[in-house]
Write a protein that binds this ligand. Structure first.
Ligand code: GDP
Ligand code: IMO
Ligand code: MG
Length: 423
């Protein structure tokens, strides 16, 4: 497996948690490289369901070292709560390692996320309100507080003082929100620090040495290609680089180190939050995908917007990430439909296009052009061999491969570990 990357090929929630869980069995290290606790990854093991928002899903395997690398933003309260939740359910978290360069999500970041969303009105992004955007804003502005700052309490408090004063100018002065107090935040964060600082490690070096020694390293993406700050559907995106490009900047590992780049795609598509969505369904078929697929947010509980598979977007994900393979999830959810549709192109201002167009206005004006394929009745939950899939399901899989130019190497047919077809 070497260095394998797994991330969403769409707008998130493709089933990355279960895919990471699958690869983790062979992994020595599992690394989150971008995002924070805006992610919601579900892992189902037997009767147990685990929802993780920050700690890499690889933590579920005792032999794995989970790593939170430099490109992430960490809310220490969430980190400790997630560690406690796992420990209380018998999952050991002492192996977790955190890069000193990760940025801290502070209480004022959460407050700003809330205020900014409200002020955007109709143009709101539909963020998770976890403070992700404002924390990355401070990182890029070079005014953020980092994990490494927790190792020097006096220095931490001095930087915090300046940060809080600045934020209060905006929060209280401009938006009329209650001010924050640096002393209260400082006390709270330093009280949490004693559990966190022992985990701080040079994770770039840790991963590098492991790769040199021939270890298997899995890079666990959160979010998806269309939520990428540069290559996604801006401004309806998250504030990091969830795709293949984010792996190297987010971990401090060079691009030549990557062996396999796996995009996770659902057999249909969903999106939470606002923004254009050419294949969105507003009818009974959409409701059915939500019901059968259980399409409600892990973090926020929000109903996900459903749609047919968008091959224009998937083709784009293959291109911008150099995907070496696709892991197709939730094929079972499509059982029982008379026809299954997939958009092979868009009609934009009278022209048919097959490449994802730049700019939100173009996406809004794009109308999906579909291929209709015959559906299948059979329940797929027990299928373990590709040749045992109904012929129409295989035709659908092969149509996708043909359209996007990447092999579908794995197909999942249910949420549980063993509900998987390897080709
Ligand atoms: P992630 O954010 O990409 O990890 O995905 P989520 O955990 O937010 O959402 C995926 C949901 O689909 C979870 O509830 C999974 O248990 C479930 N799931 C994953 N793979 C399959 C599958 O092949 N079939 C079905 N029916 N459910 C799946
Ligand atoms: P996983 O890892 C789906 C979306 C939010 C919003 C936009 C910006 O489970 O796939 P943010 O809080 O990041 O500033 O919100 O991005 N979003 C996700 N949607 N799955 C996720 O994570 C997401 N993380 C962020 O809904 O539209
Ligand atoms: Mg999710």
């Amino acid at each position: 497996m070497g260095a394998t990357v797994v991330f969403g090929a769409q707008w998130g929630d493709e089933g990355k948690g279960r895919v990471t869980d699958y690869f983790s069995e062979q992994a020595d290290i599992v690394v989150r490289y971008a995002g924070g606790n805006n992610a919601g990854h579900t892992i189902i093991i037997g009767k147990e369901r685990f929802a993780l928002s920050l700690i890499p899903s690889g933590v579920m395997y005792p032999g794995v070292t989970p790593v939170i690398a430099a490109g992430c933003v960490v809310d220490p309260e969430v980190l400790l709560a997630e560690m406690d939740m796992l420990e209380s359910r018998g999952v050991e978290t002492g192996r977790l390692r955190i890069s000193p360069a990760t940025h801290l999500i502070m209480p004022y970041h959460r407050a700003l996320d809330e205020v900014l969303e409200t002020r955007r009105g109709a143009l709101r992004i539909g963020t998770t309100k976890k403070g992700i955007g404002p924390a990355y804003q401070d990182k890029i502005a070079r005014s953020g507080l980092r994990m490494i700052d927790l190792l020097d309490p006096a220095g931490f408090l001095a930087k915090l003082e300046t940060a809080v004063a600045d934020k209060n100018v905006v929060l209280q002065g401009a938006y009329g929100s209650p001010p924050f107090r640096a002393d209260a935040i400082g006390e709270h964060y330093l009280a949490m620090a004693h559990r966190i600082t022992p985990l701080i490690t040079d994770t770039s070096l840790l991963i590098h040495r492991a790769l040199v020694d021939g270890a298997n390293v899995l890079f666990e993406g959160a979010q998806g290609t269309l939520l990428d700050i540069d290559h996604g559907t801006y401004p309806f995106v998250t504030s990091s680089s969830p795709g293949a490009g984010g792996v190297t900047s987010g971990t401090g590992i060079g691009p030549k180190a990557l062996d396999e780049i796996v995009g996770v795609s659902k057999a249909y598509i969903t999106r939470v939050g606002t923004g254009p969505f050419p294949t969105e369904l507003f009818d009974a078929v959409g409701d059915r995908l939500v019901d059968v697929g259980g399409e409600y947010g892990v973090v926020t509980g929000r109903r996900r917007r459903p749609g047919w598979l968008d091959l224009v977007a998937l083709r784009y994900a293959v291109r911008v990430n150099s995907l070496t393979a696709i892991f197709l999830t939730k094929l079972d959810v499509l059982s029982g439909l008379d026809v299954v549709k997939a958009a092979h192109s868009y009609r934009l201002h009278g022209e048919v296009i097959t490449e994802f167009p730049p700019g939100i206005a173009n996406l809004e004006a794009s109308e999906a052009v579909y291929t209709e394929l015959p559906g299948w009745e059979e329940d797929l939950g027990e299928v373990r061999r590709y040749s045992d899939l109904p012929g129409n399901a295989r035709s659908y899989v092969e149509f996708i491969e043909d359209q996007v130019g990447a092999p579908i190497r794995w197909i999942s047919v249910g949420p549980e570990r063993q509900q998987l077809i390897e080709r």
